[in-house]
Design a protein around this ligand. Structure first.
Ligand SMILES: C[C@](O)(CO)[C@H](O)COP(=O)(O)OP(=O)(O)OC[C@H]1O[C@@H](n2ccc(N)nc2=O)[C@H](O)[C@@H]1O
Ligand SMILES: Nc1ncnc2c1ncn2[C@@H]1O[C@H](COP(=O)(O)OP(=O)(O)OP(=O)(O)O)[C@@H](O)[C@H]1O
Length: 289
């Protein structure tokens, strides 16, 4: 028996850090939304008690370091599953890019194995398990658009943002999320208006969404990698209505509503960056599989 599960990337339309917690993590408030750029996770039932993983991508580990492997192991241990799985990941989401590729592969594995191993868990139960693997995994279990609090695992569902294009530009570098959080200076930072972004989405107000994008991690990554700032400038020059780095970066996204402007930005940035994509937001939460 075989299952194919889609694992979409996310972008952070807004990302605020409130304080550093005693457990070393940061208390965050973020607006996250899934986009139409996805890895494909193929799950094949094995009768033996084994987890095999394969990705064909030299930047993605083919062992227990893979977050999808960890998702399968967690389900196995928690629910004493005696069957096994072959996990094959066809990577499309750039790695270490701020797009939650690994987290989404883990979330897709949780959703898929819930069916393949007939565990009967709810989405809430899967999201709670996901938070043990990584801070972004809970959101990725649900997908759609949400306000995320806590370490990132406390999810409140939101409606779809206004219809628009998202142009993603990934420079020729990868970024370590842990390093970016470590270098964050909590004093004197400019906090984005998360409440205004929630209202903008609820009112389907495109201009207000554009006005309220913000990410406190941006300054850290921009200092480490000045090429990210250059890409931001170019996107603005080519006419994006809003430009922001996603997560801990280095991927930058621009948003526009008109097809012609999307093409201008896409063509303008191609060749200048490692990878460029023009995609739609997936909108509100819906069945991902
Ligand atoms: C930057 C974001 O991607 C935005 O969505 C997330 O906040 C990070 O999510 P993630 O990559 O799933 O993060 P994890 O794998 O849980 O943690 C990686 C590292 O980032 C730091 N980290 C992460 C989340 C958080 N709320 N505070 C932190 O300080 C910790 O040092 C942690 O060791
Ligand atoms: N399934 C996976 N796909 C990609 N990377 C993975 C996976 N499993 C583990 N990793 C490891 O995780 C690291 C970060 O990869 P990932 O693409 O998830 O980063 P990211 O998009 O910046 O994550 P986030 O936005 O959640 O911080 C990689 O360098 C890789 O070693």
């Amino acid at each position: 028996m075989k299952l194919l599960v889609k694992a979409p990337a996310k972008i952070n339309l807004s990302l605020d850090v409130l304080y550093k917690r005693p457990d070393g993590f940061h208390e965050v408030e973020m607006i996250m939304t899934t986009i139409d750029l996805a890895d494909r996770v193929e799950l094949t039932l094995l009768e033996q008690d084994k987890i095999h993983i394969l990705s064909h991508n030299r930047y993605v580990p083919d062992d227990q370091r893979n977050l999808a492997f960890q998702a399968a192991q967690l389900l196995k241990d928690r629910y004493q599953v005696k069957k096994g799985v072959q996990i094959t990941i066809e990577k499309t989401i750039p790695v270490a890019a701020g797009l939650a590729g690994g987290s989404s592969d883990a979330a897709a594995t949780l959703r898929g194995l819930n069916k393949l191993w007939e565990l009967g868990l709810t989405l809430d139960e899967l999201a709670s398990l996901g938070s043990e693997i990584g801070s972004d995994v809970s959101f990725c279990v649900y997908g759609g658009t949400a306000l995320a609090k806590g370490r990132g695992e406390m999810i409140t569902d939101l409606p779809a943002p206004p219809t628009c294009w998202v142009i993603l530009a990934k420079p020729f570098i990868g970024v370590s999320t842990a390093e970016v959080y470590r270098r964050l200076d909590l004093n004197g930072m400019k906090h984005p208006e998360i409440g205004e972004m929630v209202k903008a989405i609820q009112n389907n107000d495109y201009e207000s969404v554009c006005e309220n994008v913000g990410n406190v991690l941006e300054d850290v990554t921009l200092k480490l990698h000045p090429e990210v700032a250059q890409i931001k400038e170019q996107m603005k020059r080519f006419g994006a209505d809003a430009v922001l780095m996603s997560g801990s970066g280095p991927t930058v996204f621009g948003i526009v509503q008109h097809d012609s402007r999307m093409h201008r930005i896409y063509n303008g940035l191609r060749g200048f960056c490692d990878q460029v994509f023009a995609v739609r937001m997936l909108g509100e939460r819906h069945t991902l599989d």
